[in-house]
Design a protein around this ligand. Structure first.
Ligand code: NA7
Length: 535
Protein backbone atom coordinates (compact mmCIF):
# COMPACT_ATOMS: atom_id res chain seq x y z
CA UNK A 1 0.00 0.00 0.00
CA UNK A 2 1.50 3.32 -1.00
CA UNK A 3 -0.12 5.27 1.77
CA UNK A 4 -1.88 4.59 5.03
CA UNK A 5 -4.16 7.55 4.40
CA UNK A 6 -7.91 7.17 4.23
CA UNK A 7 -8.40 10.49 2.37
CA UNK A 8 -8.33 10.24 -1.39
CA UNK A 9 -9.24 12.21 -4.45
CA UNK A 10 -10.99 9.16 -5.83
CA UNK A 11 -12.12 5.78 -4.56
CA UNK A 12 -12.72 3.14 -7.19
CA UNK A 13 -14.72 0.08 -6.20
CA UNK A 14 -13.61 -3.07 -8.00
CA UNK A 15 -10.38 -4.30 -9.58
CA UNK A 16 -11.58 -5.92 -12.79
CA UNK A 17 -11.08 -4.58 -16.31
CA UNK A 18 -12.79 -1.31 -15.34
CA UNK A 19 -11.17 -0.61 -11.99
CA UNK A 20 -7.64 -1.33 -13.18
CA UNK A 21 -7.87 1.03 -16.13
CA UNK A 22 -9.65 3.74 -14.16
CA UNK A 23 -6.88 3.65 -11.56
CA UNK A 24 -4.23 3.87 -14.26
CA UNK A 25 -5.95 6.91 -15.82
CA UNK A 26 -6.65 8.81 -12.62
CA UNK A 27 -3.32 8.13 -10.99
CA UNK A 28 -0.92 8.13 -13.92
CA UNK A 29 -2.58 10.57 -16.30
CA UNK A 30 -4.24 12.98 -13.88
CA UNK A 31 -1.98 12.56 -10.88
CA UNK A 32 -4.86 11.94 -8.49
CA UNK A 33 -4.57 10.15 -5.18
CA UNK A 34 -6.74 7.16 -6.00
CA UNK A 35 -7.41 3.91 -4.23
CA UNK A 36 -9.13 0.78 -5.50
CA UNK A 37 -11.11 -1.21 -2.97
CA UNK A 38 -11.71 -4.81 -4.04
CA UNK A 39 -13.66 -7.51 -2.18
CA UNK A 40 -11.69 -10.41 -3.68
CA UNK A 41 -8.24 -11.52 -2.63
CA UNK A 42 -6.97 -10.85 -6.13
CA UNK A 43 -7.54 -8.60 -9.12
CA UNK A 44 -9.63 -9.74 -12.10
CA UNK A 45 -13.28 -9.06 -11.25
CA UNK A 46 -15.52 -11.47 -13.16
CA UNK A 47 -12.48 -13.50 -14.11
CA UNK A 48 -11.44 -13.88 -10.50
CA UNK A 49 -14.78 -15.37 -9.45
CA UNK A 50 -16.04 -17.33 -12.45
CA UNK A 51 -13.77 -20.39 -12.36
CA UNK A 52 -16.37 -22.99 -13.32
CA UNK A 53 -15.44 -25.73 -15.80
CA UNK A 54 -15.51 -24.40 -19.35
CA UNK A 55 -15.44 -20.72 -18.31
CA UNK A 56 -14.18 -18.65 -21.20
CA UNK A 57 -15.03 -15.41 -22.90
CA UNK A 58 -17.55 -15.34 -25.77
CA UNK A 59 -15.71 -12.44 -27.35
CA UNK A 60 -12.49 -13.35 -29.12
CA UNK A 61 -9.21 -12.80 -27.35
CA UNK A 62 -7.78 -10.40 -29.90
CA UNK A 63 -10.54 -7.91 -29.22
CA UNK A 64 -11.51 -8.80 -25.65
CA UNK A 65 -8.53 -6.88 -24.36
CA UNK A 66 -7.35 -3.37 -23.55
CA UNK A 67 -6.51 -1.09 -26.42
CA UNK A 68 -4.96 1.80 -24.48
CA UNK A 69 -1.40 0.54 -24.56
CA UNK A 70 0.37 -0.36 -27.76
CA UNK A 71 3.14 -2.09 -25.81
CA UNK A 72 0.67 -4.21 -23.89
CA UNK A 73 -1.02 -5.25 -27.13
CA UNK A 74 2.25 -6.23 -28.67
CA UNK A 75 3.77 -8.10 -25.77
CA UNK A 76 0.79 -10.18 -24.66
CA UNK A 77 0.29 -13.56 -26.38
CA UNK A 78 -3.25 -14.93 -26.50
CA UNK A 79 -3.17 -18.66 -27.04
CA UNK A 80 -6.77 -19.45 -28.06
CA UNK A 81 -9.46 -17.88 -30.22
CA UNK A 82 -11.63 -17.45 -27.11
CA UNK A 83 -9.58 -16.87 -23.98
CA UNK A 84 -10.18 -19.25 -21.09
CA UNK A 85 -10.76 -17.86 -17.60
CA UNK A 86 -7.23 -18.62 -16.27
CA UNK A 87 -5.67 -16.88 -19.28
CA UNK A 88 -7.77 -13.70 -18.85
CA UNK A 89 -6.96 -13.72 -15.14
CA UNK A 90 -3.24 -13.99 -15.96
CA UNK A 91 -3.64 -11.09 -18.42
CA UNK A 92 -5.29 -8.85 -15.83
CA UNK A 93 -2.62 -9.74 -13.27
CA UNK A 94 -0.01 -8.86 -15.87
CA UNK A 95 -1.72 -5.49 -16.41
CA UNK A 96 -1.74 -4.85 -12.66
CA UNK A 97 2.00 -5.53 -12.52
CA UNK A 98 2.98 -3.87 -15.77
CA UNK A 99 1.37 -0.57 -14.79
CA UNK A 100 2.43 -0.91 -11.14
CA UNK A 101 -1.19 -0.74 -9.99
CA UNK A 102 -1.00 -3.05 -6.99
CA UNK A 103 0.27 -0.52 -4.43
CA UNK A 104 -3.00 1.38 -4.84
CA UNK A 105 -5.33 -1.61 -4.76
CA UNK A 106 -6.59 -2.80 -1.42
CA UNK A 107 -7.75 -6.41 -1.72
CA UNK A 108 -10.04 -8.32 0.62
CA UNK A 109 -12.00 -5.13 1.19
CA UNK A 110 -15.73 -5.29 0.62
CA UNK A 111 -17.47 -1.93 0.40
CA UNK A 112 -20.75 -2.05 2.30
CA UNK A 113 -21.68 1.61 2.45
CA UNK A 114 -21.15 4.95 0.71
CA UNK A 115 -22.69 8.19 1.92
CA UNK A 116 -22.39 11.62 0.43
CA UNK A 117 -21.34 14.09 3.07
CA UNK A 118 -22.90 17.35 1.88
CA UNK A 119 -20.95 19.47 4.34
CA UNK A 120 -17.57 18.27 3.14
CA UNK A 121 -18.80 17.56 -0.38
CA UNK A 122 -17.11 14.19 -0.19
CA UNK A 123 -18.04 10.54 -0.26
CA UNK A 124 -17.60 8.49 2.88
CA UNK A 125 -17.00 4.87 1.98
CA UNK A 126 -17.21 2.11 4.58
CA UNK A 127 -16.10 -1.50 4.39
CA UNK A 128 -17.25 -4.77 5.89
CA UNK A 129 -14.26 -4.74 8.23
CA UNK A 130 -15.24 -1.34 9.59
CA UNK A 131 -12.70 0.78 7.72
CA UNK A 132 -13.79 4.19 6.49
CA UNK A 133 -12.43 6.19 3.58
CA UNK A 134 -13.21 9.61 2.23
CA UNK A 135 -12.94 10.77 -1.36
CA UNK A 136 -14.08 13.62 -3.56
CA UNK A 137 -15.04 11.19 -6.33
CA UNK A 138 -16.53 7.74 -6.04
CA UNK A 139 -16.34 5.49 -9.08
CA UNK A 140 -18.03 2.13 -9.21
CA UNK A 141 -16.23 -0.46 -11.30
CA UNK A 142 -18.24 -3.35 -9.89
CA UNK A 143 -19.22 -5.03 -13.15
CA UNK A 144 -22.69 -5.83 -14.43
CA UNK A 145 -22.73 -9.53 -13.64
CA UNK A 146 -21.12 -9.90 -10.24
CA UNK A 147 -23.95 -10.45 -7.76
CA UNK A 148 -24.73 -14.17 -7.92
CA UNK A 149 -28.38 -15.19 -8.14
CA UNK A 150 -28.99 -18.21 -5.96
CA UNK A 151 -32.71 -18.97 -6.23
CA UNK A 152 -34.46 -19.28 -2.88
CA UNK A 153 -35.52 -22.90 -3.34
CA UNK A 154 -37.09 -24.48 -0.27
CA UNK A 155 -34.95 -27.11 1.44
CA UNK A 156 -31.64 -25.98 0.00
CA UNK A 157 -29.95 -26.28 3.40
CA UNK A 158 -31.13 -29.86 3.78
CA UNK A 159 -29.13 -31.12 0.78
CA UNK A 160 -26.48 -33.58 1.95
CA UNK A 161 -24.22 -33.10 -1.08
CA UNK A 162 -22.28 -30.08 -2.32
CA UNK A 163 -23.99 -26.86 -3.52
CA UNK A 164 -22.06 -24.60 -5.91
CA UNK A 165 -22.75 -21.42 -7.85
CA UNK A 166 -20.75 -20.95 -11.04
CA UNK A 167 -20.00 -17.33 -10.17
CA UNK A 168 -18.50 -18.24 -6.78
CA UNK A 169 -16.46 -21.26 -7.78
CA UNK A 170 -13.96 -22.88 -5.36
CA UNK A 171 -10.38 -21.99 -6.23
CA UNK A 172 -9.20 -25.55 -5.71
CA UNK A 173 -11.56 -26.77 -8.44
CA UNK A 174 -14.12 -29.54 -8.17
CA UNK A 175 -13.59 -33.17 -9.03
CA UNK A 176 -16.79 -34.54 -10.56
CA UNK A 177 -15.51 -38.04 -11.26
CA UNK A 178 -17.89 -40.73 -10.10
CA UNK A 179 -20.44 -38.09 -9.07
CA UNK A 180 -24.06 -37.43 -10.00
CA UNK A 181 -24.19 -33.75 -10.84
CA UNK A 182 -27.28 -31.58 -11.23
CA UNK A 183 -26.82 -28.43 -13.30
CA UNK A 184 -29.57 -25.83 -12.93
CA UNK A 185 -29.61 -23.21 -15.67
CA UNK A 186 -28.95 -23.16 -19.39
CA UNK A 187 -27.76 -19.61 -20.01
CA UNK A 188 -24.29 -18.88 -21.41
CA UNK A 189 -22.71 -20.32 -18.28
CA UNK A 190 -24.64 -23.59 -18.09
CA UNK A 191 -24.07 -24.04 -21.82
CA UNK A 192 -20.30 -23.68 -21.35
CA UNK A 193 -20.19 -25.88 -18.25
CA UNK A 194 -22.42 -28.82 -19.26
CA UNK A 195 -20.13 -30.37 -21.90
CA UNK A 196 -17.08 -30.15 -19.63
CA UNK A 197 -18.82 -31.52 -16.52
CA UNK A 198 -20.31 -34.37 -18.57
CA UNK A 199 -16.83 -35.54 -19.51
CA UNK A 200 -15.92 -36.55 -15.98
CA UNK A 201 -19.18 -36.85 -14.03
CA UNK A 202 -20.84 -40.22 -13.58
CA UNK A 203 -24.11 -38.58 -14.48
CA UNK A 204 -25.13 -35.05 -15.43
CA UNK A 205 -28.73 -33.95 -15.02
CA UNK A 206 -29.40 -30.62 -16.76
CA UNK A 207 -32.42 -28.75 -15.39
CA UNK A 208 -33.65 -26.46 -18.15
CA UNK A 209 -36.28 -23.78 -17.71
CA UNK A 210 -35.83 -21.92 -21.00
CA UNK A 211 -34.21 -23.58 -24.01
CA UNK A 212 -31.54 -21.45 -25.63
CA UNK A 213 -30.36 -20.68 -29.14
CA UNK A 214 -26.67 -21.49 -29.15
CA UNK A 215 -24.18 -21.22 -31.97
CA UNK A 216 -20.88 -23.15 -32.02
CA UNK A 217 -17.91 -21.11 -30.84
CA UNK A 218 -15.36 -23.06 -32.91
CA UNK A 219 -12.63 -22.41 -30.43
CA UNK A 220 -9.08 -23.45 -31.16
CA UNK A 221 -5.45 -22.50 -30.63
CA UNK A 222 -4.15 -19.35 -32.30
CA UNK A 223 -1.25 -20.07 -34.60
CA UNK A 224 1.81 -17.87 -34.88
CA UNK A 225 0.69 -16.33 -38.16
CA UNK A 226 -2.73 -15.29 -36.80
CA UNK A 227 -1.06 -13.81 -33.77
CA UNK A 228 1.39 -11.87 -35.89
CA UNK A 229 -1.32 -10.58 -38.23
CA UNK A 230 -3.51 -9.57 -35.31
CA UNK A 231 -0.71 -7.58 -33.76
CA UNK A 232 0.04 -5.87 -37.03
CA UNK A 233 -3.65 -4.98 -37.47
CA UNK A 234 -4.55 -3.85 -34.00
CA UNK A 235 -5.12 -0.24 -35.00
CA UNK A 236 -7.73 -1.30 -37.55
CA UNK A 237 -9.28 -3.89 -35.22
CA UNK A 238 -9.77 -1.24 -32.54
CA UNK A 239 -11.11 1.31 -35.01
CA UNK A 240 -13.68 -1.18 -36.22
CA UNK A 241 -14.64 -2.23 -32.70
CA UNK A 242 -15.23 1.37 -31.67
CA UNK A 243 -17.30 2.16 -34.72
CA UNK A 244 -19.61 -0.84 -34.40
CA UNK A 245 -22.92 -1.42 -32.63
CA UNK A 246 -21.66 -4.06 -30.22
CA UNK A 247 -17.99 -3.17 -29.83
CA UNK A 248 -16.93 -6.05 -32.04
CA UNK A 249 -14.55 -5.62 -34.95
CA UNK A 250 -16.95 -7.00 -37.51
CA UNK A 251 -19.55 -5.30 -39.54
CA UNK A 252 -23.16 -6.28 -39.83
CA UNK A 253 -24.14 -7.39 -43.34
CA UNK A 254 -25.79 -4.58 -45.33
CA UNK A 255 -28.68 -6.77 -46.57
CA UNK A 256 -31.83 -7.77 -44.77
CA UNK A 257 -32.49 -11.50 -44.33
CA UNK A 258 -35.53 -11.38 -46.59
CA UNK A 259 -33.81 -9.37 -49.31
CA UNK A 260 -31.80 -12.38 -50.50
CA UNK A 261 -32.97 -15.69 -51.96
CA UNK A 262 -33.66 -18.63 -49.71
CA UNK A 263 -30.56 -20.41 -51.02
CA UNK A 264 -28.35 -17.38 -50.42
CA UNK A 265 -29.77 -16.99 -46.91
CA UNK A 266 -29.14 -20.63 -46.04
CA UNK A 267 -25.60 -20.43 -47.44
CA UNK A 268 -24.89 -17.31 -45.42
CA UNK A 269 -26.17 -18.85 -42.18
CA UNK A 270 -24.26 -22.04 -42.86
CA UNK A 271 -21.03 -20.12 -43.40
CA UNK A 272 -21.60 -18.18 -40.17
CA UNK A 273 -22.38 -21.43 -38.35
CA UNK A 274 -19.14 -22.96 -39.58
CA UNK A 275 -17.12 -19.88 -38.73
CA UNK A 276 -18.69 -19.86 -35.26
CA UNK A 277 -19.19 -17.24 -32.59
CA UNK A 278 -21.14 -14.04 -32.25
CA UNK A 279 -20.60 -13.18 -35.92
CA UNK A 280 -23.71 -15.27 -36.59
CA UNK A 281 -25.89 -12.42 -35.34
CA UNK A 282 -24.31 -10.12 -37.92
CA UNK A 283 -25.35 -12.31 -40.87
CA UNK A 284 -28.11 -9.84 -41.80
CA UNK A 285 -28.76 -6.26 -40.79
CA UNK A 286 -32.30 -6.82 -39.52
CA UNK A 287 -31.97 -9.92 -37.34
CA UNK A 288 -32.41 -7.83 -34.21
CA UNK A 289 -35.11 -5.54 -35.55
CA UNK A 290 -37.44 -7.50 -37.84
CA UNK A 291 -39.38 -10.46 -36.43
CA UNK A 292 -39.58 -12.23 -39.79
CA UNK A 293 -35.86 -11.81 -40.44
CA UNK A 294 -35.12 -13.04 -36.94
CA UNK A 295 -37.32 -16.06 -37.47
CA UNK A 296 -35.13 -17.19 -40.39
CA UNK A 297 -32.09 -17.24 -38.08
CA UNK A 298 -34.08 -18.92 -35.32
CA UNK A 299 -35.38 -21.57 -37.72
CA UNK A 300 -31.86 -22.26 -39.01
CA UNK A 301 -30.65 -22.91 -35.45
CA UNK A 302 -33.69 -25.07 -34.66
CA UNK A 303 -32.90 -27.25 -37.68
CA UNK A 304 -29.29 -27.56 -36.49
CA UNK A 305 -30.48 -28.73 -33.06
CA UNK A 306 -32.62 -31.43 -34.72
CA UNK A 307 -29.63 -32.44 -36.83
CA UNK A 308 -27.21 -32.70 -33.91
CA UNK A 309 -29.38 -34.20 -31.18
CA UNK A 310 -30.17 -37.85 -31.95
CA UNK A 311 -33.27 -38.30 -29.79
CA UNK A 312 -36.02 -36.24 -31.45
CA UNK A 313 -37.86 -35.73 -28.16
CA UNK A 314 -34.75 -34.39 -26.46
CA UNK A 315 -34.07 -32.21 -29.51
CA UNK A 316 -37.56 -30.75 -29.27
CA UNK A 317 -37.15 -29.99 -25.55
CA UNK A 318 -33.89 -28.19 -26.35
CA UNK A 319 -35.52 -26.11 -29.06
CA UNK A 320 -36.42 -22.50 -28.26
CA UNK A 321 -39.69 -21.42 -29.80
CA UNK A 322 -41.24 -18.60 -27.83
CA UNK A 323 -38.76 -15.75 -28.08
CA UNK A 324 -36.58 -14.34 -30.86
CA UNK A 325 -32.99 -15.44 -31.41
CA UNK A 326 -30.53 -13.24 -29.46
CA UNK A 327 -33.31 -11.43 -27.56
CA UNK A 328 -31.77 -13.11 -24.55
CA UNK A 329 -27.97 -12.87 -24.38
CA UNK A 330 -26.92 -15.28 -27.19
CA UNK A 331 -24.66 -18.06 -25.94
CA UNK A 332 -21.95 -19.73 -27.99
CA UNK A 333 -20.78 -23.21 -27.20
CA UNK A 334 -18.41 -26.10 -27.64
CA UNK A 335 -20.41 -29.32 -28.11
CA UNK A 336 -23.41 -28.21 -26.06
CA UNK A 337 -26.14 -29.90 -28.08
CA UNK A 338 -23.83 -32.89 -28.76
CA UNK A 339 -23.62 -33.39 -24.98
CA UNK A 340 -27.24 -34.56 -24.93
CA UNK A 341 -26.26 -37.55 -27.08
CA UNK A 342 -24.17 -38.93 -24.22
CA UNK A 343 -25.50 -41.84 -22.16
CA UNK A 344 -24.60 -40.12 -18.89
CA UNK A 345 -26.57 -36.92 -19.62
CA UNK A 346 -30.24 -36.38 -18.84
CA UNK A 347 -32.28 -33.28 -19.74
CA UNK A 348 -35.08 -32.32 -17.37
CA UNK A 349 -37.66 -29.89 -18.74
CA UNK A 350 -38.70 -27.59 -15.92
CA UNK A 351 -41.49 -26.17 -18.05
CA UNK A 352 -43.27 -29.51 -17.68
CA UNK A 353 -42.67 -29.73 -13.95
CA UNK A 354 -40.80 -27.08 -12.04
CA UNK A 355 -38.41 -27.58 -9.13
CA UNK A 356 -40.53 -27.86 -5.98
CA UNK A 357 -37.72 -28.23 -3.50
CA UNK A 358 -34.21 -29.32 -2.83
CA UNK A 359 -34.41 -32.46 -0.69
CA UNK A 360 -31.59 -34.15 1.27
CA UNK A 361 -30.80 -36.53 -1.60
CA UNK A 362 -31.19 -34.13 -4.56
CA UNK A 363 -33.67 -32.09 -6.59
CA UNK A 364 -37.41 -32.69 -6.50
CA UNK A 365 -39.58 -31.52 -9.35
CA UNK A 366 -43.35 -31.91 -9.73
CA UNK A 367 -42.59 -35.21 -11.49
CA UNK A 368 -39.66 -36.92 -9.79
CA UNK A 369 -36.77 -36.79 -7.35
CA UNK A 370 -33.32 -36.70 -8.97
CA UNK A 371 -30.67 -38.11 -6.60
CA UNK A 372 -27.47 -36.05 -6.78
CA UNK A 373 -24.07 -35.62 -5.14
CA UNK A 374 -23.50 -32.06 -6.36
CA UNK A 375 -25.89 -29.28 -7.42
CA UNK A 376 -24.36 -26.60 -9.65
CA UNK A 377 -26.39 -23.42 -9.87
CA UNK A 378 -25.69 -21.77 -13.22
CA UNK A 379 -28.53 -19.40 -12.42
CA UNK A 380 -26.85 -16.16 -13.33
CA UNK A 381 -26.74 -12.81 -11.63
CA UNK A 382 -28.77 -9.93 -10.29
CA UNK A 383 -27.56 -8.07 -13.35
CA UNK A 384 -26.55 -4.41 -13.66
CA UNK A 385 -28.33 -2.97 -10.63
CA UNK A 386 -27.49 -5.77 -8.15
CA UNK A 387 -23.79 -4.91 -7.72
CA UNK A 388 -24.57 -1.19 -7.32
CA UNK A 389 -27.38 -1.66 -4.81
CA UNK A 390 -25.13 -3.96 -2.77
CA UNK A 391 -22.91 -0.93 -2.04
CA UNK A 392 -25.74 0.70 -0.03
CA UNK A 393 -25.17 4.08 -1.60
CA UNK A 394 -26.83 7.12 -0.03
CA UNK A 395 -26.75 10.39 -1.91
CA UNK A 396 -27.59 13.91 -0.95
CA UNK A 397 -30.11 14.18 1.90
CA UNK A 398 -29.43 10.56 2.85
CA UNK A 399 -31.63 9.24 0.03
CA UNK A 400 -30.64 5.70 -0.83
CA UNK A 401 -30.03 4.48 -4.34
CA UNK A 402 -32.27 1.52 -3.55
CA UNK A 403 -35.15 3.91 -2.91
CA UNK A 404 -34.35 6.00 -5.96
CA UNK A 405 -34.36 2.91 -8.13
CA UNK A 406 -37.39 1.23 -6.55
CA UNK A 407 -39.20 1.38 -9.89
CA UNK A 408 -36.07 0.56 -11.92
CA UNK A 409 -32.73 2.25 -12.58
CA UNK A 410 -32.67 5.89 -13.71
CA UNK A 411 -29.38 7.29 -14.90
CA UNK A 412 -27.98 9.86 -17.24
CA UNK A 413 -25.98 8.03 -19.91
CA UNK A 414 -25.47 5.17 -17.46
CA UNK A 415 -22.73 7.33 -15.97
CA UNK A 416 -24.38 9.33 -13.22
CA UNK A 417 -27.62 9.80 -11.29
CA UNK A 418 -29.25 12.99 -9.99
CA UNK A 419 -28.88 13.24 -6.22
CA UNK A 420 -25.52 11.48 -6.26
CA UNK A 421 -22.92 14.14 -7.03
CA UNK A 422 -19.41 13.07 -8.00
CA UNK A 423 -20.47 9.44 -8.23
CA UNK A 424 -19.70 7.77 -11.55
CA UNK A 425 -20.83 4.30 -12.59
CA UNK A 426 -18.67 2.49 -15.13
CA UNK A 427 -20.95 0.51 -17.46
CA UNK A 428 -23.95 1.37 -15.33
CA UNK A 429 -27.54 0.63 -16.31
CA UNK A 430 -28.54 2.89 -19.18
CA UNK A 431 -25.18 2.45 -20.90
CA UNK A 432 -24.50 -0.12 -23.65
CA UNK A 433 -22.55 -2.33 -21.19
CA UNK A 434 -23.66 -5.96 -21.51
CA UNK A 435 -24.81 -5.49 -25.09
CA UNK A 436 -21.22 -4.85 -26.11
CA UNK A 437 -17.76 -6.31 -26.00
CA UNK A 438 -17.07 -5.10 -22.46
CA UNK A 439 -13.48 -3.77 -22.69
CA UNK A 440 -14.56 -1.34 -25.40
CA UNK A 441 -17.41 -0.01 -23.27
CA UNK A 442 -15.21 0.10 -20.18
CA UNK A 443 -12.39 2.02 -21.85
CA UNK A 444 -14.83 4.56 -23.25
CA UNK A 445 -16.40 5.11 -19.83
CA UNK A 446 -13.15 5.24 -17.88
CA UNK A 447 -11.72 7.77 -20.33
CA UNK A 448 -14.86 9.91 -20.30
CA UNK A 449 -14.82 9.96 -16.49
CA UNK A 450 -11.11 10.82 -16.38
CA UNK A 451 -11.61 13.62 -18.92
CA UNK A 452 -14.56 14.92 -16.92
CA UNK A 453 -12.59 15.02 -13.69
CA UNK A 454 -9.69 16.69 -15.52
CA UNK A 455 -12.14 19.29 -16.83
CA UNK A 456 -13.53 20.01 -13.36
CA UNK A 457 -10.03 20.45 -11.97
CA UNK A 458 -8.93 22.67 -14.81
CA UNK A 459 -11.99 24.89 -14.28
CA UNK A 460 -11.57 24.98 -10.52
CA UNK A 461 -14.89 23.17 -10.08
CA UNK A 462 -15.57 20.65 -7.34
CA UNK A 463 -18.78 18.97 -8.18
CA UNK A 464 -20.75 17.41 -11.04
CA UNK A 465 -24.23 16.00 -10.88
CA UNK A 466 -26.65 14.77 -13.53
CA UNK A 467 -29.85 16.79 -13.64
CA UNK A 468 -33.32 15.31 -13.23
CA UNK A 469 -34.56 16.40 -16.67
CA UNK A 470 -31.48 14.92 -18.36
CA UNK A 471 -31.93 11.63 -16.60
CA UNK A 472 -35.68 11.59 -17.36
CA UNK A 473 -34.94 12.19 -21.01
CA UNK A 474 -32.25 9.53 -21.00
CA UNK A 475 -34.62 6.96 -19.47
CA UNK A 476 -37.01 7.68 -22.34
CA UNK A 477 -34.18 7.25 -24.84
CA UNK A 478 -33.13 3.93 -23.26
CA UNK A 479 -36.72 2.73 -23.63
CA UNK A 480 -37.01 4.00 -27.16
CA UNK A 481 -33.78 2.28 -28.19
CA UNK A 482 -34.88 -1.04 -26.68
CA UNK A 483 -38.32 -0.82 -28.29
CA UNK A 484 -36.68 -0.31 -31.68
CA UNK A 485 -35.25 -3.84 -31.36
CA UNK A 486 -36.59 -7.29 -30.60
CA UNK A 487 -34.66 -7.38 -27.31
CA UNK A 488 -37.63 -6.71 -24.98
CA UNK A 489 -39.49 -9.66 -26.53
CA UNK A 490 -37.73 -12.25 -24.36
CA UNK A 491 -39.87 -11.89 -21.28
CA UNK A 492 -37.59 -13.99 -19.02
CA UNK A 493 -34.40 -12.12 -19.85
CA UNK A 494 -32.04 -10.66 -17.28
CA UNK A 495 -31.71 -7.59 -19.51
CA UNK A 496 -35.21 -6.85 -18.17
CA UNK A 497 -34.51 -7.93 -14.61
CA UNK A 498 -36.96 -10.81 -15.11
CA UNK A 499 -34.68 -13.44 -13.57
CA UNK A 500 -34.91 -11.94 -10.08
CA UNK A 501 -38.25 -12.25 -8.27
CA UNK A 502 -39.63 -8.81 -7.39
CA UNK A 503 -37.13 -6.88 -9.52
CA UNK A 504 -38.76 -4.12 -11.58
CA UNK A 505 -39.14 -5.06 -15.24
CA UNK A 506 -37.18 -2.36 -16.99
CA UNK A 507 -34.93 -2.88 -19.99
CA UNK A 508 -31.63 -1.83 -18.41
CA UNK A 509 -28.81 -1.60 -20.98
CA UNK A 510 -28.80 1.02 -23.73
CA UNK A 511 -29.54 -0.67 -27.05
CA UNK A 512 -28.78 2.35 -29.24
CA UNK A 513 -25.35 0.99 -30.19
CA UNK A 514 -21.87 1.57 -28.79
CA UNK A 515 -20.58 3.89 -31.50
CA UNK A 516 -23.68 6.08 -31.39
CA UNK A 517 -23.57 6.17 -27.60
CA UNK A 518 -19.87 7.13 -27.51
CA UNK A 519 -20.59 9.99 -29.93
CA UNK A 520 -23.39 11.22 -27.66
CA UNK A 521 -21.08 11.18 -24.65
CA UNK A 522 -18.49 13.13 -26.60
CA UNK A 523 -21.06 15.73 -27.65
CA UNK A 524 -22.33 16.08 -24.09
CA UNK A 525 -18.78 16.82 -22.88
CA UNK A 526 -18.04 19.14 -25.79
CA UNK A 527 -21.17 21.15 -24.97
CA UNK A 528 -19.89 21.86 -21.47
CA UNK A 529 -21.35 18.68 -19.98
CA UNK A 530 -24.89 19.22 -21.14
CA UNK A 531 -27.38 17.69 -18.72
CA UNK A 532 -25.00 17.92 -15.79
CA UNK A 533 -24.78 20.63 -13.17
CA UNK A 534 -21.21 21.73 -12.48
CA UNK A 535 -20.26 23.88 -9.53
P1 NA7 B 1 -28.24 -16.37 -17.22
O1 NA7 B 1 -28.05 -16.03 -18.63
O2 NA7 B 1 -29.07 -15.49 -16.37
O3 NA7 B 1 -28.82 -17.85 -17.18
C1 NA7 B 1 -29.32 -18.39 -15.98
C2 NA7 B 1 -30.00 -19.69 -16.26
O4 NA7 B 1 -30.54 -20.19 -15.04
C3 NA7 B 1 -31.19 -19.53 -17.21
O5 NA7 B 1 -31.27 -20.70 -17.99
C4 NA7 B 1 -32.36 -19.43 -16.24
O6 NA7 B 1 -33.58 -19.82 -16.80
C5 NA7 B 1 -31.93 -20.40 -15.19
N1 NA7 B 1 -32.58 -20.16 -13.90
C6 NA7 B 1 -32.53 -19.03 -13.15
N2 NA7 B 1 -33.24 -19.20 -12.03
C7 NA7 B 1 -33.76 -20.43 -12.08
C8 NA7 B 1 -34.60 -21.18 -11.22
N3 NA7 B 1 -35.06 -20.67 -10.09
N4 NA7 B 1 -34.94 -22.43 -11.58
C9 NA7 B 1 -34.49 -22.94 -12.74
N5 NA7 B 1 -33.69 -22.29 -13.60
C10 NA7 B 1 -33.33 -21.05 -13.27
O7 NA7 B 1 -26.84 -16.51 -16.46
P2 NA7 B 1 -25.45 -17.04 -17.02
O8 NA7 B 1 -24.54 -17.15 -15.86
O9 NA7 B 1 -25.65 -18.24 -17.85
O10 NA7 B 1 -24.98 -15.92 -17.97
C11 NA7 B 1 -24.84 -14.58 -17.51
C12 NA7 B 1 -23.93 -13.81 -18.37
O11 NA7 B 1 -22.61 -14.00 -17.95
C13 NA7 B 1 -23.86 -14.19 -19.80
O12 NA7 B 1 -24.92 -13.77 -20.53
C14 NA7 B 1 -22.57 -13.56 -20.24
O13 NA7 B 1 -22.77 -12.19 -20.46
C15 NA7 B 1 -21.73 -13.77 -19.07
P3 NA7 B 1 -34.52 -18.69 -17.54
O14 NA7 B 1 -33.82 -18.40 -18.83
O15 NA7 B 1 -34.52 -17.50 -16.61
O16 NA7 B 1 -35.82 -19.33 -17.67
Amino acid sequence: MSTASTEFDAIIVGAGFAGLYQLHLLRDRLGLRARVLEAAEGVGGTWYWNRYPGARCDSESFYYSYSFSHELEQEWEWTERYPEQPEILRYLNHVADRFALRPDIQLGTRVVGAQFDAERQRWRVTTQDGEAFSAQFLITAVGCLSTANLPALPGIDSFTGQVLHTGLWPHEGVDFSGKRVGLIGTGSTGIQAAPVIAQTAKQLVVFQRTPNYSVPARNGPLDAQTQRETKENYAEIRRKSRSSTNGHPFSVAPEGALEVSEAERAARYEAAWQRGGLWFRASFKDIMTCPRANETAAEFIRAKIREVVKDPEVAERLTPRDYPFAAKRPPIDTDYFETFNRDNVLLVDLRKAQIDAIVPQGVRTGEAVYPLDVIVFATGFDALTGPLLALNIEGEGGVSLRKRWAAGPRTYLGLQMPGFPNLFTITGPGSPSVLTNMPIAIEQHAEWIADCIAHLRAQGLRRIEATEPASEAWAAEVNRAAEATLLPMASSSWYLGANIPGKPRVFMPYAGGMAHYARLCQEVAAEGYRGFELS
